[in-house]
Design a protein around this ligand. Sequence first.
Ligand SMILES: NC(=O)c1ccc[n+]([C@@H]2O[C@H](COP(=O)([O-])OP(=O)(O)OC[C@H]3O[C@@H](n4cnc5c(N)ncnc54)[C@H](OP(=O)(O)O)[C@@H]3O)[C@@H](O)[C@H]2O)c1
Length: 289
Amino acid sequence: MTIPTKKLKSGFEMPVFGIGTWQMGGRFERNPENNDAADIAAIRVAIDWGVTHIDTAESYADGHAERLAGEAIKGQDRGNLFIVSKVSDEHLRYDDVIKAARASRERLGTAYLDLYLIHAPNPEIPIRETMRALDTLLDSGLIRHIGVSNFSKERIEEAQSYTKNKIVANQVHYNLIFREPERKGLIQYCQAHDIMFIAWRPVEKGALTKPGTPVLDEMCIKYGKTPAQIAINWLISQPGIVTLAKTTAIEHLKENLGAVGWTMNPADIERLRTEFPNQQDISDTVPLI
Ligand SMILES: NC(=O)c1ccc[n+]([C@@H]2O[C@H](COP(=O)([O-])OP(=O)(O)OC[C@H]3O[C@@H](n4cnc5c(N)ncnc54)[C@H](OP(=O)(O)O)[C@@H]3O)[C@@H](O)[C@H]2O)c1
């Protein structure tokens, strides 16, 4: 299948859905017991089925997730892929950013990254320095676009003030349960400022894949879809929002891809927005500071 893309006014374009790699190869440390072959196979199958957006980070499994992704993309037409990685918040000094990007490129075995994100803000390190490093990386061709992750409106504004290059994306925890960016006006801000909103954790690590929530169950019947498909489609049916889910299970991948290529009725998007129960205002993982 072909995964549709979303395009901003600036011309920046990316797929509406991608595969994540958090917990592939381990958590923050490499797990020697991890089934690396299964992770590589899942990314390869995803690519075979039309997924081009692969999201990783230097911190995932201490760089090993990038190695697995690199292994999976070997022999692929690089021009068809959209590879995203992230520099960790402890590496936001100028020299550290440059070093981190080079190391990610090595592990991924690619000449360039389509999008490079600051994984999270670090109030201890002047953002001006970080943005200068990202500009250098962009000028050198090592990265194609600059983005941020877990940034509030104020922090995006500050970061943007230090670069002439456009911050094209903000990757943030957002799904039917976690609504912090909605309540803080961050989604509206990104939409108004031509910044792609990349929602991470769309199925809340599996919590949104089960029946038993009446309004979600009703939508499943109406659209003939599963809870995971409704949860993912709810995100990508909204303007300026794309998402990515991690899966190593091929049947989950197939299910998640069934969330793509159709659009939920705007009234149903709003019903889910208001009626979905037990919503939480603050991310339990990375709150927006
Ligand atoms: N910028 C950040 O700070 C940040 C933070 C977190 C995540 N991310 C990125 O966003 C990606 C997605 O977020 P996430 O991995 O945290 O959460 P997620 O994609 O919502 O959930 C992944 C988990 O749910 C399971 N799963 C996926 N699809 C399923 C389905 N259809 N049915 C049942 N279970 C399913 C997966 O297990 P199986 O493998 O068994 O399918 C995995 O355990 C990450 O992988 C990472 O690349 C970014």
